[in-house]
Design a protein around this ligand. Structure first.
Ligand code: AP5
Ligand code: MG
Length: 192
């Protein structure tokens, strides 16, 4: 079963395209951002801690995030039976190294990394619009700027990391949702 990482800046369409991928390929979806937001909504201890980072546009520390991911994978049999799409993890080189080991220990591997590439002005437009429509707490200008900076500093190096591993599939993330999904399908199927 394929295990796919969807990589991209805040607002690049990871969640939107993950929905389409899980429907088409029957994959299990793990979004670390959604998982953390559900803890914030339930005001769990993890939620309270996560909120203190997310509201500033900072990343949750690697050790904690890696433990959460391992726990999520081990409690979800569908990961092994159907394959998984990881949305929002990894976000740093240490997370990518940990993911490699975590999957290898379970006889699994990352098969493809979809890299959604979108110019920064469009990212900001999308997030501002969503913030107005849904009230998502980190979609406000100052936090958006910090999320983009954190992405450039800590997450963008993963493009080269996965290119070196031979699994990076760069995708033009502009245009309509369906146009982008067509590009993803062509890349994933050409790669399999
Ligand atoms: P996370 O929830 O992962 O947020 P993000 O990476 O900032 O990305 P978004 O969810 O904002 O965007 P997306 O790429 O999913 O795009 P979407 O499809 O929604 O993480 C949130 C926070 O949690 C982080 O900042 C961090 O603090 C913490 N966190 C999470 N994982 C972590 C980890 N591994 N380590 C440490 N900390 C972690 O689309 C965006 C908008 O655009 C939507 O409104 C959508 O409808 C619209 N849209 C989508 N496609 C198009 C299109 N083609 N044209 C026009 N609009 C479009
Ligand atoms: Mg998302």
């Amino acid at each position: 079963m394929p295990n796919i990482v969807i990589l991209g800046a805040p607002g690049s369409g990871k969640g939107t395209q993950s929905e389409k991928l899980i429907n088409k390929y029957n994959l299990h979806h793990i979004s670390t951002g959604e998982l953390l937001r559900s803890h914030i909504a339930r005001q769990t201890d993890l939620g309270k801690l996560a909120d203190s980072f997310i509201s500033k546009g900072q990343l949750i520390p690697d050790d904690l995030m890696i433990d959460i991911l391992a726990h999520t994978i081990d409690n979800e049999p569908a990961v092994k039976s159907r394959g998984v799409i990881l949305d929002g993890f990894p976000r740093t080189i240490p997370q990518a190294e940990a993911l490699k080991k975590l999957l290898a220990d379970r006889d699994l591997a990352v098969d493809a990394v979809i890299g959604l590439e979108v110019p920064e002005e469009q990212l900001v437009e999308r997030m501002i619009k969503r913030g107005q429509q849904t009230g998502r707490a980190d979609d406000v200008p100052e936090t958006i700027n910090n999320r983009l900076k954190v992405y450039r500093d800590q997450t963008e190096p993963l493009r080269q990391y996965y290119a070196d591993e031979g699994s990076y599939l760069p995708i033009d993330g502009t245009g309509t949702i369906d146009e982008i999904f067509d590009r993803i399908q062509a890349a994933v199927e050409g790669n399999s």
